[in-house]
Structures are given as structure tokens and as C-alpha cells.
Design a protein around this ligand. Structure first.
Ligand code: FEO
Ligand code: CA
Ligand code: CA
Length: 645
């Protein structure tokens, strides 16, 4: 191989197969996406005050069990009831854990599949081909893969569903290749076009939901769609690239995880593991900057196996070092398609989970934001301008303050303004993690979705799990993350001072600590509202329904063995915010996670996301037989046609 070809090969631009070493990534691993991410997570910078860490640890050595018990006691009653009643008045018999390759629901409920990966949105779109699993051209115009957060909008009387398409699974997307990897440029672009958003009009006919083929609302937003940059980073030198010398226009959104819905009718999509798409032609000779290290960009010059730099040089960090600064944001999308989508830089750049929007007592928009990484933080944005109930709110999320949470061990907490980090404003937003460390925020056990109670001024965050808690110096035990090696996760709730989501102080308590009382009798058995009939692990999706029920979705260990014995497949449960009672409502098919939740306008259908069934090769859901497993949105209804949330 010539020297030039060798270099090009290392940058994935050569037709020859890249060296095997470069292929050690998520795509070649036998691990699930989350397991792989756990193994290769970025090293957090050691920027916490060491003395403070040690004194807190010393305090906790004597006080952990006693203090934690006191918090857990507040978590409410046992849920050992035969029938659960929701706040909307509907009752259901909680279901047992299951390991079948199906959707399991309580008696009196039915489900149907509505939108699957690869379903056509227009008459130009081909039906899904189980042999080839599509091409770059077909994937760009059909429903994307791995649906995650979603919401329903009524636009001019039409029911429009907006869906995040988070990522792809190598064995499934490229299962037509012997290597189970993207082998050609078209394969790479097929994977790329499976990312982004799917916008689709639905209609209900004889009790069944279906896609309105050729609706003018149907479209895809992909990693190549143009976005306008708004907020404090617009025009910053740190986001200028060879194709955008002004720093005002960014192509694409990808790895959209959870979402948000604004009171003014727009959709927020949250860019999560954006780092996994960047590589360097320099391979292992590539040296990360401190900022790239903190965000896990191109570790050892490698991406996670998506190979986008092979067909699009902007994903090569050595060629376009600022491109990675242009991702990791929350984007705002108009479901009608009339406005250009925007990147909301005032909400900070990190591994965004979801964006829960509430209007504060004094009328400002407050957005709660989790950064899903072990030892990262929980954030809050407060808009500069007030919300105009009947006015134009299209620029409301462009300006405001970004805060990060500090949870004190006595049950109090505060929001610290990132402006106190003393960094330039564009740097504060682009490197929000670094600013948050500087101001002394509390490291958390992977903040996933935040949900605010519509009937009470309080909010909840799912802290999904953390294998390093208590082990790494920068992730000490504390009262809000009280378990060493937390494999089960927990949900923390906070109440803002003076019933004002814009207030700088709050009090917090533990809503639930997940655990396994069949296997453990200590803190690992979970809080008082966990028993052998409702146990689960790794809470991820959280959403309140209009009636005030807290729905909990899981993305956890589905081995049903050892510490997870009796928990079965990933699931969805209903929590009562007042009593703490939790009841299992749905179990998903094999090797899926349940993520994404929204309701039809009449609240008689609940749309639920089933992501990555068969991520380890053991599902044929939803079609069965020998079909390729496909992520899908399902519709769940009561057989008597009543309200569901
Ligand atoms: Fe995409 Fe944090 O889950
Ligand atoms: Ca998630
Ligand atoms: Ca997840």
C-alpha cells in the first residue's frame, strides 16, 4: 500500500479495508449500546476540589445508611395492591415481569404497531426490504430507525407525530452484510439517513391508527438538514468551519434521544451521544484536547463505528476541529415545517437527554435538562423574556440563563448560574460541562429524562445507573446518589422554593430507589415502594400524563438473572406521585428498551416507543417469524374506549 493510500485508508476514505484495529468500536462489539458506552465513557476531568470531596466522603462513611434510610422512608407505600387506579380513574391489574418477544399489557388493553423503522411516508418510498434493509436513497425518505422521544401536535386540524430517530444497531442495519458493518459508502449513508427525525401525519380509522401517506406534513430531518444557529453561540469563532465561515448555519441533527414540547407548539429534539460520530484520519496518533476529552470526541482518533467521516469530511475532527462544537445542542422544530429549524445554543452543549418545559410563576420559560453521562450534571434554563400566552414565542428560548444543580446532603439544593464560571459566554455554552464543574455542581448517576408534575410545582429526574459511583474521586457518594456502584438507578424529586420553577433554591427527596428485594436485603433491595411484583432497573424515560400519573420507562439489564432476576424485559410502569405506589403496566419484547411517550389529542390512545428490539440478535418483533426486528411506535388503548392518562 502506498503511503498516501495508507493515510487515506486510516481516514476511511480508501476503498481498501481499514486496519482491523480501527474497527474496535461499538459497531464491532458484542455489547449492547449502553454496555459499550459504559466501557468506553469519557474520562471526566479531575477538576473537583479534593479536600471538599474527602470531607464529604468522611461525613458519609458514618452517616450514609442512617441518612439514606430517612430519605427512603419518605418514598411512600408498598404497591402490593391487586388493582392500580390511575389519576384519570381507569383501573388496571398490574402485570408480572415477562421475557417473551411480545408486548404484554394488563387485561382490558390492546396495542397495535403504528410506525416502524423503514415504513414509507410517501408513495415514492419503498416498503421495507428484509433482505437489503434499504439503501441510502430509500432510508432518506422513509421512517428513521431506533425511535426515541416523540410528541403529537395538532396542526390545522391534522394529527402530526414528531419522532426522534436516535441511532442504529450494526447487526440489524447492516445485517445484510457478512461483517455486519457498513462496507460501502452507500451503507455508511444508509446508516446516516436512518438518524434524525421523522415527521408523519396519522389518522384513526375504525379504532386503528395509520400513516397518512403523502400528507404534506410527512418529511424527514436528517444529519444533512440545514439549521439556523440562534442564541449566544451564533457567529462564535468556535463554530466556524470551511463551509460556514460566519458560524450561523449548521447541517444536521443526530443521536436525538429524549425530547420536549413547548406550550407554543414546537418540538425540541435533544442531541445526546453526538461525540460517537467523529473520528480523525490521524488514527491513534490523534491527540484529544482537554475539551474533546471531556466530551469524549474521537478517543484514539476513532468514532464508534458509524464511519461518517468516510463520506463526509466534516466528521473528521482533524480536518474540521470546530464541527463537533456544532452538535450536542437542543434543536427546536416547527411541526408544520413553516419555520427553519434552529439550534438553541442558550441551552448549553452536552449529552442532552430531554428538555422538560414549564412556565414559571412569573411567566418565564424554564427548561430542565439532563446530561446523560456518569458523573455529569442536571441543568436548568430560564428565559430572559416572559412567555406570551397568545403571542409570538418563537425566540423565547434564544436568550436566558443556564444553571446547574447542586444537591446538598441535608435535602436542600440550589441552581448555580454558569455565568459564575467566569468564562466567555460562547465558551460557557459550548463547554457547559467544564463551566458546571468550575461552579461546584453535584455529579449525578447519569441524568436521563426530567418530568414536571402538571398539578404541582415539582419535578423528577431519572438517574439511570452508575457503575463508578463511590469509586472514582470525582464521583463521591452523596445523599442524592447514595449507592456505590448503582446498578439499578433511582428517581429524585425536587420542589422549587415558593412554588416557582424560576426560584434559585429547592428541596429534594428520593421518589424511588430501584432494586431487587428477591436478591438483596440491604440498600440494593430498593426503597419502600419497591417489591417483588413491581421491581425494575435503570429508569430512563419519564413523563406525566394530563391526569398527573408519572410514567416510568426502562432501558436496563434484561438478563433476568443474578441481580436482575425476576425483572424480565424492559418495561413501563405508572407511579403515583403522592403515595409513591408504582405498578407495572407494559413489558416490551426481547432486548428492547421502552422509550418515548405521548397521547392522542382525545387522550384515548397512548403512543409508546419500542427501541432496538433484538439488539443482541434474539428478537423478530414486531412481525415475528424470521423477520428483521424493527424499532416501532405502538398505540395502546383501552378495549372499552376510555381515557388512558
Ligand atoms: Fe439516549 Fe440517555 O438515553
Ligand atoms: Ca434515554
Ligand atoms: Ca437509552
Amino acid at each position: 500500500m502506498s503511503l498516501i493510500c495508507h493515510q487515506v485508508s486510516r481516514s476511511f476514505n480508501c476503498r481498501q479495508k481499514p486496519p482491523a484495529k480501527i474497527l474496535e468500536n461499538y459497531m464491532t462489539s458484542e455489547l449492547s449500546f449502553d454496555e459499550w458506552d459504559e466501557k468506553h465513557n469519557p474520562e471526566r476531568a479531575q477538576d473537583t476540589d479534593f479536600d471538599a470531596v474527602m470531607s464529604r466522603r468522611y461525613f458519609l462513611k458514618g452517616a450514609t445508611m442512617l441518612g439514606v434510610s430517612a430519605f427512603v422512608m419518605t418514598a411512600g407505600l408498598s404497591s402490593k395492591t391487586a388493582v392500580a387506579a390511575s389519576k384519570a380513574g381507569f383501573q388496571f391489574k398490574p402485570i408480572a415481569a415477562a421475557t417473551t418477544d411480545t408486548i404484554t399489557l394488563p387485561e382490558g388493553f390492546t396495542s397495535q404497531v403504528v410506525v416502524r423503522w423503514g415504513d414509507p411516508l410517501t408513495s415514492d418510498g419503498p416498503e421495507f426490504d428484509h433482505a437489503t434493509r434499504g439503501s441510502a436513497a430509500s432510508q432518506a425518505i422513509v421512517a428513521g430507525d431506533n425511535n426515541d422521544g416523540m410528541d403529537i401536535f395538532v396542526v390545522d386540524g391534522h394529527t402530526v407525530l414528531v419522532i426522534n430517530n436516535e441511532y442504529t444497531n450494526r447487526d440489524i442495519t447492516f445485517g445484510n452484510r457478512e461483517s455486519k458493518l457498513p462496507e460501502t459508502d452507500d451503507d455508511v449513508n444508509k446508516g446516516k439517513m436512518a438518524h434524525g427525525l421523522t415527521i408523519v401525519e396519522l389518522k384513526e380509522k375504525n379504532g386503528q391508527w395509520e400513516i397518512v401517506t403523502n400528507s404534506p406534513f410527512n418529511r424527514r430531518i436528517t444529519p444533512d438538514t440545514a439549521f439556523e444557529v440562534v442564541g449566544p453561540v451564533r457567529g462564535s469563532n468556535l463554530i466556524k468551519t470551511s463551509s460556514d465561515s460566519k458560524g450561523t448555519r449548521i447541517l444536521g441533527t443526530f443521536n436525538n434521544c429524549g425530547n420536549g414540547k413547548t406550550p407554543w407548539g414546537t418540538y425540541l429534539a435533544c442531541e445526546e451521544n453526538f461525540n460517537g460520530y467523529f473520528s480523525s484520519y490521524q488514527g491513534e496518533n490523534f491527540k484529544q484536547t482537554a475539551e474533546q476529552k471531556r466530551y469524549g470526541i474521537a478517543k484514539d482518533g476513532k468514532d464508534w463505528g458509524y464511519k461518517w467521516a468516510q463520506t463526509d469530511a466534516r466528521f473528521d475532527v482533524s480536518k474540521e476541529p470546530n464541527e463537533s462544537h456544532r452538535h450536542g445542542w437542543v434543536v427546536e422544530v416547527d411541526p408544520s415545517g413553516r419555520r427553519t429549524p434552529v439550534k438553541l445554543t442558550a441551552l448549553g452543549r452536552f449529552k442532552h437527554e430531554n428538555a422538560e418545559v414549564v412556565i414559571s410563576k412569573n411567566g418565564h420559560a424554564v427548561v430542565y435538562l439532563g446530561d446523560d453521562e456518569r458523573g455529569e450534571f442536571l441543568y436548568r434554563f430560564v428565559s430572559r423574556d416572559p412567555y406570551q400566552p397568545n403571542g409570538d414565542n418563537s425566540t423565547l428560548l434564544h436568550n436566558g440563563d443556564l444553571f446547574v444543580a447542586k444537591f446538598n446532603d441535608d435535602g436542600s439544593g440550589e441552581w448555580i448560574n454558569l455565568a459564575e464560571a467566569g468564562m466567555a459566554t460562547d465558551e460557557t455554552m459550548i463547554f457547559a460541562r467544564i463551566a458546571a464543574s468550575k461552579v461546584g455542581a453535584t455529579t449525578m448517576d447519569r441524568p436521563e429524562w426530567v418530568a414536571a408534575n402538571p398539578h404541582k410545582v415539582e419535578a423528577y429526574v431519572a438517574l439511570t445507573n452508575n457503575k463508578y459511583r463511590g469509586e472514582r474521586e470525582n464521583q463521591p457518594l452523596n445523599m442524592v446518589n447514595p449507592r456505590v456502584k448503582n446498578p439499578y438507578g433511582h428517581i429524585v424529586r425536587w420542589t422549587p422554593e415558593a412554588e416557582d420553577h424560576a426560584a434559585d433554591n429547592f428541596t429534594w427527596d428520593m421518589y424511588v430507589m430501584a432494586g431487587n428485594p428477591l436478591v438483596h436485603s440491604d440498600l440494593m433491595s430498593g426503597s419502600g415502594n419497591i417489591n417483588e411484583t413491581n421491581m425494575f432497573n435503570s429508569p430512563d424515560g419519564l413523563k406525566f400524563d394530563a391526569a398527573g400519573n408519572l410514567w416510568i420507562q426502562t432501558d436496563g439489564n434484561y438478563s433476568n438473572a443474578k441481580g436482575f432476576a425476576g425483572m424480565g424485559n424492559n418495561q413501563m410502569l405508572m407511579g403515583d406521585p403522592e403515595t409513591g405506589a408504582i405498578h407495572r403496566f407494559l413489558v416490551g419484547p426481547k432486548e428492547c428498551e421502552i422509550t418515548g411517550l405521548t397521547w392522542s389529542p382525545d387522550r384515548k390512545t397512548m403512543f409508546i416507543g419500542v427501541q432496538h428490539p433484538g439488539e443482541k440478535g434474539n428478537s423478530h418483533w414486531p412481525e415475528g417469524g424470521q423477520a428483521v426486528p424493527r424499532s416501532a411506535v405502538i398505540a395502546v388503548r383501552r378495549t372499552d374506549g376510555g381515557l388512558i392518562g
